[in-house]
Design a protein around this ligand. Sequence first.
Ligand code: GTP
Ligand code: MG
Length: 554
Amino acid sequence: MDYKREFIFAIVGMLAVAIGTAGTAQIIKPTLDNVFVAKDATMLSIIPFFLIVIFSIKGVGQYIQTYYMSYIGLDVVRKLRDDLVTHLTYQDIAFFNNMHSGEILSRITNDITRIQNVVTTIIPNFIRESLTIVALTIYVIYESPKLALYFLVIMPLAILPLSRLAKKMKKYSKLSQESTSTMISRLGEIFSNIEVIKSNSTQTIESNKFSQENYSVFKYLIKQVKVNALTTPIMEILGSIAIGVVIYIGGTEVIEDRMSVGSFFSFSAALFMLYNPIKRVSKLYNKAQDAVIANYRMHQLLNMKPKVVSGDIVLNNRIERVVFRNVYLNYEDKRVIDGVSIDIKRGDSIALVGDSGAGKTSFVNLLVRFYDADMGVISINGVNIKELTLSSLHKEIAFVTQRVHIFNDTVANNIAYGQEVDRKRVVEALKKAYALEFIEKYENGIDTILNESGNNLSGGQRQRIALARALYKNPSLLILDEATSALDNKSELLIQRALESIRDKIITVTVAHRLSTIEDADRILVFKNGKIICSDTHQNLLNSCNEYRKLAKL
Ligand code: GTP
Ligand code: MG
């Protein structure tokens, strides 16, 4: 650990607190015996001074301990959150398709907060209270071994019921954390589907569903409170028994003159002081169960390994050739790419057409390695795609989908995403994508901040931003998956023309439903049930491919 220094300071602080607490009990003895019984005037003037010293030691110790332990705790959590976010961004696309983003958010915020609580408060309090218990116990035994024996026999009896409670606590912690995640997921769902909810006036239905989730969070939290609250009375009753026994026996010792009044009170005070830390330790133990669960959930995520991993050959050149040899892809047990083979060279413009669900998006997903082929080989410039580093592969590919992703940042940073901003090239890219006309109208031009959901843009404007981003990248493989579906015919035609100028230098793979967009592609692949059933130019397909003729008629 890199926290050696902070930890040493914290321990010193905790020791000071423990010693100070034992000292508080100790000082009662001279106060009673020397001042009240023996009426010693010198002691009278010394004792208040010592009292202040003892409490100062305790106070300073407390301060040092709290500061350094919190420092460690907050820093551990900060690093954990960093690691978790980095780790998650490398997970497979399939992971994000299966896990609700609300659930992920909940893990990163709620679970981590519970862990933070452990490091900053539970562990240090546990150590401090334990040290205090040790210091006071040593003092109690030193003061009267005989009396201490009675007490030390009764205390362990408390462990049994307390460990039962801790088990219950663990169960409810798990349930409460799971229900919190579900509730946060639902929240995410409500706000991301707000348009549907409002346009159907289903607010009541949604809020009823939400209040069920919300209620189950409440239910488990209140159960946790119940269990935790039980520890206090159990400890109080056991404590009163122990102290009652001590008063009876200790009182007898004093009456029969085997113990001074001061010793008896110091001893009793130490016992009373012991009571609080013991009670606190058992409560902390309960609370720690919460963190054990949170930690478990966290490690579930941290141990998850992506299936799609980077290779280690760096793709240094432009993409010249893409070959699919007998490629199969399954989602779970459903086959979506069924033995596809194809050879694409630089300058080729390929179009994919076919019914919805035919496998077009799955095909292009393989090119960016959102998924890896279950069988067969995809090679880029003769190298198996799995052996290339992901970053060098992605540098050569621009991938534009129907769903446009916009970052909460300036237009320029959105266009040059992941690269240095070259303002001249940004403007050029915007111009080619016919986006400059509406960006120019903004007061701040390309420095205008776009909001992350892109709500301040129309669907077509968003697509043009995405196209400009792709063009700025200067890719050698351009993938357009229904990238112009939201554009009006005129803008689509203009963009087609803009793409023409780069088309013979790169590979373009275009998925389109409107056949007008792809009529002049070099090759059109007709997909059906994961297979390529025809592949030729528009004119030839019209003559030879039934399926294509059907599509053309629509
Ligand atoms: P359109 O975009 O509608 O034109 O269809 P497409 O040709 O792009 O189909 P796509 O490749 O997206 O889907 C092929 C098949 O895979 C369909 O039957 C989908 O139901 C299925 N599919 C797509 N994505 C997933 C996924 O993440 N998980 C699972 N289990 N199935 C999927
Ligand atoms: Mg698709």
